[in-house]
Design a protein around this ligand. Structure first.
Ligand SMILES: C[S@@+](CC[C@H](N)C(=O)[O-])C[C@H]1O[C@@H](n2cnc3c(N)ncnc32)[C@H](O)[C@@H]1O
Length: 284
């Protein structure tokens, strides 16, 4: 196994490993969640192509990416969750590989598709991570990223962030069972209640409730059970490094990297509190 201690992100990656390596086997996401996260990319974009995931955790996204039938699927992960990622991919029919490495420094010949979901905002140098996503996409290929937004996360930044700064120094099981579990319970009830009220009411009522904190995000996560809520809360609290990226920063990343075809880029507000963005590399 490769040493990961030289990276400035190694403590973050090791913290995430405690999250990933203490979960039941299999993906934590549904196929529908994967498809929505990756859109506007679709199964046609993956089929028969070489695909790279940077920061693959326990392989939860790769499990679904494999169903889109890429010719080759490679995951890069700095932490020891490579162990659970390999376990989760073990019976996959596609040609796959999990590489333990720092994604910021990762060098490859370039992939047709490179995606990076939920990772850049945890890096010491998010911009350098983004440039690596672009660098590892071949000319004519497409890249796709997802990050926490600065916009729409006021409550999270106010309530969760102070707890995270303390929690990230505690043993993982204290963070998961003593902090994340009771902290997420009221939010679980809030999201489920909002979803029930909205489903039972009219479109007008849903629009009327749209001003409530985390409304869109709550509608999204309310489809899942308590274990998923807790997983998300634990993930937020366990990491020593989180940034909230503004639209202006995303625009700047996309505009200032000369490898990106200027007319190919997109930025999509997701669930009111995160950004999906991507584009195409020039040439090819
Ligand atoms: C929130 S998880 C997201 C994992 C996966 N993309 C998903 O959506 O399920 C962030 C992952 O990035 C990894 N990571 C953090 N810094 C990294 C780096 N410099 N190089 C590679 N992986 C890194 C962490 O170890 C963690 O598994």
């Amino acid at each position: 196994m490769q040493s990961t201690t030289g990276s400035s992100d190694s403590s973050t990656a090791q913290a995430f490993s405690t999250s990933w390596n203490n979960l039941p086997g299999g993906s934590v996401y549904t196929a529908a969640q994967f498809a929505e996260w990756l859109a506007p990319l679709s199964p046609e974009d993956f089929r028969g192509r070489e695909v790279l995931e940077l920061g693959c955790g326990n392989g939860s996204l790769m499990v679904h990416a494999a169903d889109w039938e890429p010719a080759r699927l490679v995951g890069v992960e700095l932490g020891d969750s490579v162990r659970s990622a390999r376990e989760n991919m073990r019976s996959s029919p596609v040609a796959w590989e999990i590489v333990q490495d720092d994604l910021v420094a990762f060098e490859s010949g370039g992939f047709d598709i490179a995606y990076c979901i939920g990772v850049l905002h945890h890096l010491k140098r998010p911009r350098a991570g983004f440039d690596s996503v672009v660098r590892n996409t071949r000319p004519g290929g497409r890249f796709h990223c997802w990050v926490y937004a600065r916009e729409g996360n006021a409550v999270v930044r106010l309530v969760v962030e102070p707890v995270r700064r303390v929690a990230c120094h505690l043993p993982w099981w204290v963070t998961k069972y003593v902090l994340a579990t009771p902290m997420v319970a009221p939010y679980f009830l809030y999201a489920k209640l909002l979803s029930l009220v909205t489903a039972a009411g009219t479109n007008r009522l849903a629009r009327g409730l749209g001003w409530l904190p985390l409304f869109d995000y709550s509608m999204w996560i309310a489809r899942r059970d308590f274990a998923f809520f807790r997983h998300v809360a634990f993930d937020q609290l366990v990491t020593p490094q989180t940034a909230y990226i503004s639209r202006t920063e995303v625009d700047d990343w996309l505009r200032s990297n000369p490898a990106i075809a200027a007319d190919s880029t997109y930025v999509i507000l997701r669930n009111g509190n995160s950004w999906k963005f991507g584009g195409r590399i020039q040439g090819g």
